[in-house]
Design a protein around this ligand. Structure first.
Ligand code: C5P
Length: 404
């Protein structure tokens, strides 16, 4: 699988002669598997046409903040949510100054301000502008705020000068982008994630199940593997391919999932129960297809084992995290489950909303522990998964420090 598969990258192009290299960068990012959208400042369009970028990216180019039609199609907030990573290449001295001061007076600056995704910046400017104290201070500000500053190349410049300030070559930027997804925060850790629905057989051809797509669990597995963890995904039936560097165990029923989870829990550091496990299964599985006869068919259901609670009850339990999908009283129900299942953390989301949760691309959750409660913004599931893995790995480190 290409290294940037499933990654959604917003390429921001600002005004500078290096903008011609952005056209190649679109292709290189796509070659690495990324889905690319392009946003351009007005100055950028003086150097390279939006049509070129549209033809290469295969998507409309984002230009205007105050264009109602464009905002209705995909506005700056949706774009900010859509992106797993924003890459500004080339980033002019002027754009860097705006970014450092949190300005939001055009589509690209507003998107950078709104996004929860990391922002990587590939500067490009004349060597004199690069050396100026104001630019150095702006770069230092961005670095201190967590922007990924990709540095500059040295050499002859379009203006005839020689020195530092050239934009990094597209392949160097792609390599830096790939590295940004590999945080290493879970290096040396073993992570087990359950995902998808379970199927509880009624007879050889029928089953009870639910609408879980598995997307959130798969995104978490991908993020955990990118963070360097040895990652095992125990999944009920889904249509999703196994993420790269993730070992997949496919199961069908809750009892199969429990057996796989218990086997995997040994030596596991972080266990995330993301599966939508069927709470009940038919009391008996008929060996032959149930025939249509009576007008009313009564099923007897028995409770399934609680997988995440069973793992949390193990003597050498991993840091155990559950999900709570609720339609009302989200926080109260989730907190109760946190306590009842003896979890270390619970991730709660409101499934009464049609824009998030089951089968949708986005999700918005509360991360609750014994003594903390954090509301995360509405994010794409990939972006949310990375944020959650980052936060959970921090908690895991804290726990280890408190009781090594
Ligand atoms: O109790 P409820 O089903 O709402 O709890 C949801 C959490 O418990 C999720 O983390 C889910 O993966 C887990 N769960 C489980 N086994 C069950 C039921 C739920 O692991 N039988």
């Amino acid at each position: 699988m290409a290294p940037l598969t499933n990654k959604r990258i917003l390429l921001g192009v600002t005004g500078g002669i290096a903008a011609y290299k952005s056209a190649d960068l679109v292709r290189r990012l796509q070659d690495a598997g990324a889905e690319v959208r392009v946003a351009m400042t007005r100055a950028a369009t003086e150097f390279i046409t939006p049509l070129t970028m549209q033809a290469l990216s295969g998507k409309p180019v984002h230009l205007d903040l105050l264009d109602t039609e464009a905002e209705a199609a995909m506005g700056h907030i949706e774009l900010a949510r859509w992106a797993d990573l924003v890459v500004i290449a080339p980033a002019s001295a002027d754009f860097i100054a705006k970014l450092a001061h949190g300005q939001a007076d055009d589509l690209l600056t507003a998107t950078c301000l709104a996004t929860a995704a990391p922002v990587a910046v590939a500067p490009a400017m004349n060597q004199g502008m690069w050396a100026k104290a104001s630019t150095c201070e702006n770069i230092a500000t961005l670095e201190s705020r967590g922007f990924a500053m990709l540095g500059v190349g040295e050499g002859s410049q379009a203006c005839g000068d020689i020195g530092p300030g050239r934009m990094q070559e597209p392949l160097t930027i792609v390599a830096a982008v790939e590295a940004l997804f590999k945080t290493g925060k879970l290096a040396g850790r073993k992570v087990v994630i359950t995902a998808g629905p379970t199927r509880e057989a009624l007879d050889p051809v029928r089953f009870l199940s639910n609408h879980s797509s598995g997307k959130m669990g798969y995104a978490l597995a991908e993020a955990a593997a990118e963070a360097g963890a040895e990652t095992l995904l125990i999944s009920g039936p889904t249509n999703l391919p196994a993420p790269e560097r993730v070992r997949l165990i496919s199961v069908t029923s809750a009892r199969d999932m429990l057996a796989a989870a218990l086997e995997a829990a040994d030596g596991c550091d972080l266990f995330i129960g993301c599966a939508a496990v069927a709470d009940y299964r038919p009391g008996s599985e008929e060996p032959l297809k149930i025939k249509k006869s009576d007008d009313i068919l009564t099923l007897t259901l028995v409770k399934n084992p609680d997988i995440v609670a069973t793992v949390a009850g193990l003597p050498h339990r991993p840091f155990t995290v559950g999900f709570a999908a609720e339609t009302h009283d989200l926080e109260a129900h989730a907190s109760r489950k946190l306590a009842e299942k003896k979890l270390d953390a619970i991730i709660a989301n409101d499934v009464s909303r049609s824009d998030i949760g089951f089968n949708s691309e986005d999700n918005q959750v509360l991360l609750i522990t014994d003594d903390t409660r954090e509301a995360l913004p509405l994010l794409g599931k990939g972006q949310l998964a990375r944020v959650l893995i980052e936060k959970l790995s921090t908690r895991l480190d804290e726990r280890r420090r408190a009781s090594p």
